[in-house]
Design a protein around this ligand. Sequence first.
Ligand code: UDP
Length: 475
Amino acid sequence: MLQTVDVGELSVSAYRAVVPDQIMEPLAAVARDLRGARVLHLSATPYGGGVSELLRSAVPLYNDLGIETTWKIISGQPPFFTFTKKLHNALQGAGDEPITAADRALYERTAAENAAELTADPQFSGFDFVFVHDPQPSAVLSFVDRGAASWIWRCHIDTSSPAPAAWDYLRPFLTPYDATVFTMAQFVPPDLDRARVDIIPPAIDPLSPKNMSLDDRTTRAVLNWIGIEPDRPLITQVSRFDPWKDPLGVIEAFRIVRRTVPDIQLALVGSMALDDPEAWEVYRAISAESEGDPDIHLFTNLTGVGNIEVNAFQRRSTVMVQKSIREGFGLVVSEALWKGTPIVAGAAGGIPLQVADDAGGVLVGSVEQCADALGALLTDPARAAALGAAGHERVRRHFLLPRLLLDELTLIAGIGAGRVPAELTTTGDHRDPVCGMTTYTAESGHSTELAGRTYRFCSRRCQEIFARTPMGVPR
Ligand code: UDP
C-alpha cells in the first residue's frame, strides 16, 4: 500500500487571529457545503520542498473543516526520480532532450505500479476528489479505474514555456483530469484546455513551527547555538540545493557586498528531498566554493536545521535573499515577508506576485543587481523595515493558508456541482485578470471599470499590465 503521511491535528479557528474575515467567513460556508466529502492528496515526497510543506498543514485543516482528507506518497526507485527531476527541469524550460523509450517505460511502469497499490487500498473507492501534485504522480490516473471520483492535477512549477519534448510527453496524461490548477495565469501552457484550468497560488501556514512567532531571545539563542553571531549583519538564503536557486550566484553577490559591509555573514540553508537526486551535486559545488571562508555557513536538514532554525534565520537575518533563476512560487519569500524581513529576490516565477509593488523587497536579475540591492538594504535600515512591513501585510491578505483552502474548496465544490473551473472563475469580480489570483480583500485603488464591469487587482503592477493589454490577458 502507498505510504500515508501522518499529519496530526490542527484547528481552523486558531487562524481567525491572523487571517482577514473576508477569507475566514466564506471558507466556513464552502466547507459546510462540502462536509462529509472525502479527499486524497497524492504527491512524491513527505518532506523537503514546497509541496510537502503545504500539505503538512493543509491536510489537517481539511479534516478540521469536516472534509475527510488523506495524504499518500507514491513510491519509485531512484532512476524514476532521476527521470522525474529531468522532466521537472524540462517542463520549466531547461533543454529539450528527447524522452527516451527507457524513460517512458520506467515512468509508465512506476505509475501503473502505484495505481495498482492505490486501487488495492480499501480506502480508495471512497474518495470523492483526488489532488495529484506535480509531474511525478501525474500518470497514475491513466492506470486506475477512477469510479465516481473527480481528479485534479495541481502543478506547482512554472510551465509557461516547457521544453516541447517533455510537454508533448506529459500532456496526454493530463487530458483525463477534471481540472488542472496552476500557480499563476502566466504558467498555463498555451495548448491546455482553458475551460478546465484554475489558478491558485500557494500559501504559508502562519501558525506552523516554521512561521509562528518566536521572541528575540529565542532566535538569538537558536542562531548562536548553530554558529551564527547574532549581533553581526546576516544574509540568508533558504532553499533546496538546486541550480535554479542559484546558490553560487548568492556566494558571488555576498563577496561583492562584503567589500562595503565587512562584518557581513552569509548562511545558505538547504534541504535534501527524497525526489531530488541533484541536490548532492549542488551541495558539493557550494561546499567547494565556500570552503575556508569563515563568513559563509552551510546548513542542511540532515545536520539538524529544521523548521525552528529556518524560522530563526528568517526572523533574525538583516535581509533574506532568494536569487532564483526559475521558480514555481517560492514559498520562502512569503515566509520571510510574514516575519517582516525584507528580501532581495530573483524576478522569477511566483516571486514578483509576492513582491508586487515592492511590497517586501527588491527584485533582481544579475549577481551585480543582487549585490547592489543587498548593499542598499543593509545600509538603509528604515527602508528595509518599511519594505518588511509592507510585505507582511501583502502576505496576510493573499498568501496565508486559509486563502488557499478557500480557493481549493471553491474549486471542488464547483466540480462536485458539475461545473468546470472556467464557470467558477468568471462568476465573481474577485479574480485578478492578470495573475489569476482571487482577491478576497478589497484594496483601494486597485480596480478598473471596463465595459460595465469592475475588475479587481492584487497590486498596482497587475492593474498596469491590464491597462496596457486589457483584452489580451489570459484569464
Ligand atoms: N525548506 C526548509 N529547509 C531548508 C530548505 C527549504 O524547511 O533547508 C523549506 C522552505 O522553508 C520552504 C520549502 O522548503 O517552505 C521550499 O519551498 P519553495 O516553494 O520556496 O521551493 P521549492 O523547494 O518548492 O522549489
